[in-house]
Design a binder for this molecule. Structure first.
Ligand code: HEC
Ligand code: CU
Length: 416
């Protein structure tokens, strides 16, 4: 092949690659991009980054240009004598020491300023949120409001939120790329992080664990909803309330064939939030909806209709084990802290650290065999005859029938 056409081919290939990269940048949604700043924290970091990449580019272009000129101009030519050899050039040496030192000084000032700003204590009137990392889900407490929830944060726009970061087990890292972080959750040590969400438009943000923490590290996600202050107040008021009580005693037995669906009405009549626009959020953007495929081999009899009243009784029976790990506010039997608080579990859009949508189908399979649904979880395999992947044997725990699970799920879905 003629060298001319080889060069043309290579340039064409290079151009195509560059174009492909540029085109990739045109995709409309960048849901997990750190360059879409929606907080003061991220904007601080972004300014610094822009400055650094700007100065870095100037240095790069300058050095590469000099290099190219030198390579071309002073390249070896046929019949040329060896060039004069020089040793040392004080003026140049001073220049190439002083100029980088100056550049570093220019970089150091805003860098240190950004570190100090983002490490400073949050404003005293900040919204306080305690984040506790668990293998592999997030516990969120709002001590000022008496709320404990999991895997979904609601934050009011315009109010600084101060996160107190802790872990129940190993090191995790709290990161919402578009809002701020990442900052580690370290055993026996408390870290802090604050930012002020100012998003208008985008209001659902993906969060991640950014420090490898074991088998289901990649399944330890969460969501942040930034809402108007009024909506936040409604949400907080509702979340602080005890769970909607099902009248387990007084209800007459459901007529055969038509199970007690009216009991769900009881839950809806509980004190709730009329002004809250969408609760739980209905129109979730595609990038925030989990697409996790279901594990093979799990089945459930979908023809069953659950009875929430029976389910309410089941969850607080010692044999089902739920009480060992889960709390439901307002039910003195349910005080467990090893798993997510279930008081308002139906108000969340996802379960299991953002791994699955929070719907009937996924809840049923989850309770039947959580350890198949999400590798490594503490929650037992509870379905009768199900193999517990931790032991490879049929489970000894719960031994719930599909009907019992359907009842439990019907109850959980009333916990709005
Ligand atoms: C040994 C402790 C344990 C027992 C027993 C247990 N769970 Fe869990 N449960 C957990 C843990 C831990 C998680 C979180 C797992 C994860 O996401 O990694 C969880 C998650 C859940 C979730 C998803 C909640 C969310 O917001 O992500 C539901 C619903 C649930 N459990 C219901 C039940 C019910 C109902 C029972 C009884 C039938 C039960 N669990 C028994 C520990 C337990
Ligand atoms: Cu992790």
């Amino acid at each position: 092949m003629a060298p001319q056409s080889r060069l043309r081919r290579r340039s064409l290939a290079a151009l195509t690659a560059v174009l492909a990269v540029l085109l990739a940048a045109c995709a409309p949604a960048h849901p997990n991009s750190i360059f879409h700043s929606h907080t003061d924290f991220n904007r601080e970091v972004d300014h610094l980054w822009t400055l650094l990449i700007g100065l870095g580019s100037v240095v790069f272009v300058f050095v590469e240009t000099l290099l190219l000129i030198t390579l071309i101009k002073f390249r070896k030519r046929e019949g040329q004598p060896a060039p004069a050899q020089t040793h040392g050039n004080t003026r140049m040496e001073i220049a190439w020491t002083a100029i980088p030192a100056l550049i570093l000084a220019v970089i150091a000032v805003p860098t240190v300023r950004t570190i100090f700003r983002t490490e400073a204590p949050a404003a005293a009137d900040a919204l306080q949120v305690t984040v506790i990392g668990h293998q592999w889900w997030w516990e969120f407490q709002y001590p000022q409001y008496g709320i404990t929830t999991a895997n979904e944060l609601y934050l009011p726009i315009g109010r600084t939120v101060n996160f107190t970061l802790k872990t129940a087990d190993v090191i995790h890292s709290f990161w919402v790329p578009e809002l701020g972080g990442k900052r580690d959750l370290v055993s026996n040590h408390t870290n802090y992080l604050w930012f002020t969400p100012d998003s208008v438009g985008d209001d659902v943000f993906n969060g991640f664990c950014a420090e490898y923490c074991g088998m289901s590290h990649a399944n330890m996600r969460f969501k942040v909803f930034t809402v108007k202050p009024g909506e936040f107040a409604d949400w907080a008021k509702h979340e602080a309330e005890p769970a909607a009580a099902l009248d387990t005693a007084a209800k007459p037995a459901a007529p055969a064939g038509k199970p007690a669906m009216p009991a769900v009405q009881v839950a809806q009549a509980a004190p709730s939030t009329e002004s809250f626009v969408s609760f739980p959020r209905k129109d979730i953007p595609a990038y925030a909806v989990p697409q996790t495929p279901l594990p093979a081999g799990l089945t459930f009899d979908r023809s069953l209709v659950g009875d929430p009243v029976a389910g309410a009784k089941l969850v607080q029976q010692p044999t089902t084990m739920c009480m060992a790990c889960h709390a439901i506010k307002g039910n003195p039997m349910m005080q467990g802290v090893l798993g997510p608080n279930l008081t308002h579990v139906a108000s969340r859009t996802t379960i299991a650290g953002g791994l699955y949508p929070n719907d009937k189908e996924h809840l049923e399979l989850w309770i039947k065999n959580a350890r198949v649904m999400k590798p490594g979880v503490l929650m037992y395999t509870l379905g009768a005859g199900e193999i517990d992947p931790a032991t490879g044997k049929p489970t000894e725990m719960g031994k719930l029938t599909d009907q019992q699970i359907a009842d439990i799920v019907a109850y959980l879905q009333t916990l709005k």
